[in-house]
Design a protein around this ligand. Structure first.
Ligand SMILES: *[C@@H]1O[C@H](CO)[C@@H](O)[C@H](O)[C@H]1NC(C)=O
Length: 256
């Protein structure tokens, strides 16, 4: 069903629903191939398929799902989903990780929506329903007000405590280095071994390719990459890879 039908549905329901106290567009039923589904079903399915990497290259969250995605990204469910992904890192490390003692055991984190949250920015920009304005987003990043994702901060400290070297590989540009370092430290992240940002030579490259090349350099430097935590598939796919990858939920935007 396209945007138009949902808008139509919304308008019809609005007309019919006036005066009904608990009316909610999310719960209005609609038939799709004989199955009765609500807008909530439709949007949850969109979100799930973004996470599964079936839906790719979207530039904006579909208009009819902006409300739903905003709700999810600010919900307890989002926190619980993220926490579960990070708990799996701990389980994996408990089961398989042995510190070699040569200082070459490494772990990679993304920055945005992995260590730091951009949700406060997207809250003001229609939860991904507006096309990205990079100037405006970077202006916000320069203010260094991104909060930590608390669940990731505790994993970060745990991984550091285990003696792994931490590398942050981000698609942020070099010009944001100062602001990025300040923001990270302000909310409690410190003691990383490398902060890798995109230089001008990488700025036109696909993010997946750029990140894979950075991993290749680390591996050539003798590092064993035990894991990656990221919110975008472009941080987790491509060769060479890590022994394990962990995806955090994020349906606000797609980085390719
Ligand atoms: C993008 O954001 C900048 C800074 O906020 C603003 O000056 C500019 O007009 C915006 N561009 C578009 C196309 O909206």
């Amino acid at each position: 069903m396209g945007t138009k039908s949902w808008v139509m549905l919304g308008m019809m329901s609005l007309l019919l629903g006036i005066g009904v106290g608990d009316w909610n567009i999310m719960n209005v039923k609609w038939k799709k191939q004989g199955v009765s589904i609500s807008l909530k079903n439709y949007c949850e399915s969109w979100r799930m398929n973004v996470e599964l990497n079936n839906i790719r290259y979207f530039e904006v969250v579909p208009g009819e799902c902006v409300y739903y995605i905003g709700k999810y990204m600010t919900s307890t469910q989002y926190k619980v989903d993220s926490e579960r992904a990070l708990d799996e890192c701990t389980l994996y490390l408990n089961s398989f990780f042995k510190l070699t003692g040569d200082g070459k055991d490494a772990w990679i984190f993304d920055i945005d929506d992995t260590l730091l949250s951009t949700v406060p920015y997207y809250k003001k920009h229609d939860f991904g329903g507006e096309k990205l304005n990079r100037t405006s987003l970077e202006g916000w990043m320069k203010k260094k007000v991104a909060p930590a994702i608390k669940q990731t901060l505790s994993l970060y400290n745990e991984i550091k405590g285990r003696g792994l070297k931490i590398f942050l590989i981000s698609s942020r540009g070099e010009h944001l280095r100062g602001a990025t370092v300040d923001n990270l430290i302000k909310v409690g992240y410190y003691g990383w071994t490398g902060l890798i940002l995109r230089g001008s030579e990488d700025s036109d490259k696909e993010v997946q390719k750029y990140k894979a090349e950075q991993r290749k350099m680390l591996i050539e430097g003798g590092y064993r990459i035990w894991g990656i935590v990221g919110d975008q598939w472009s941080s987790l796919l491509g060769l060479p890879n890590a022994k394990r990858t962990f995806k955090l939920p994020n349906s606000l935007y797609y980085v390719s």
